[in-house]
Design a protein around this ligand. Structure first.
Ligand code: DGL
Length: 248
């Protein structure tokens, strides 16, 4: 079977895993670092160090290739990980780029601080002649991981981060963080005009190559989390195993 490692800083990458398992059968090993999430406000060398801890853990499973189900790790560490592990890493940002370039109209990229600071999306999408606005949703990952999706703080934060979109009616919003599909409805409710909300995960499925007939899903998290189990159950419609590991 094809062993595919999928990883994120926490629960967000499960939104990517859910689409992968619907689309392609394989042996999936997911790791979410729920102990140390969020990474998005951390310095680049720390993000790389933590990402290596994750990959070191997954390497035990004889992984054929990886999907980096995290924009923050993709924009800060892709080259470093490829160099260190000499394996294929498919970054979720490939999907974001493909979508951003092909969908008509300007875009707002809502992402973490690290992703916005890299200007990866702006610099690569503006080349095809459209305007890219970037907004860092500083506290959104933290709120999601801490079970505050439906909370006054989430409400207030989204209002602030989507103010620009509402003011100038940007036609597309690219979810530049894999946690954000979990708050897609909350985002939609804050927008006062018709908007196209894009999930990059929909644009990387064709990169996954397998001819497997069976589907196996193993999920590893570095800390028990209040909402992990309900998020996994709502996203993953197949059998899976969930293990909490002490890995650092
Ligand atoms: N899901 C990660 C991303 O796509 C969140 C990063 C974080 O932990 O801040 O960027």
């Amino acid at each position: 079977m094809t062993n595919i490692g999928v990883f994120d800083t926490g629960l967000g990458g499960l939104t990517v895993l859910s689409k992968l398992v619907e689309s392609k059968k394989a042996n999936y090993f997911y790791f979410g670092d729920t102990l140390r999430v969020p990474y998005g406000n951390r310095p680049k060398d720390e993000i790389f160090e933590f990402s290596c801890d994750i990959v070191d853990f997954l390497e035990k499973f004889d992984i054929d290739y990886y999907v980096i189900a995290c924009n923050t790790i993709s924009v800060t560490c892709l080259n470093l990980l490829e160099e260190k592990y000499k394996k294929t890493f498919i970054p979720i940002t490939d999907g974001g780029l493909k979508a951003g370039r092909s969908i008509p109209g300007d875009l707002l990229v809502l992402a973490t601080k690290a992703t916005v600071d890299s200007h990866f999306y702006r610099d690569n999408i503006e080349k095809v002649g459209k305007k890219v606005y970037e907004v860092a949703g500083y506290n959104l990952v933290d709120l999601i991981e801490n079970n505050q999706i439906e909370s006054p703080k989430m409400d207030e934060s989204l209002e602030e981060y989507l103010d620009l979109a509402n003011k100038i009616q940007i036609p597309n919003i690219l979810l530049g963080c894999t946690h954000f599909p979990l708050i897609k409805d909350e985002i939609g409710r804050k927008l006062t005009y018709e908007v196209n909300i894009i999930d990059p995960a929909d644009y990387i499925l064709d990169k996954i190559e397998t001819n497997d007939n069976d589907l196996k899903i193993k999920i590893f998290l570095s800390q028990k989390s209040k909402i992990a189990e309900s998020i996994i159950q709502s996203l993953i419609k197949f059998d899976y195993s969930l293990t909490y590991v002490d890995f650092v």
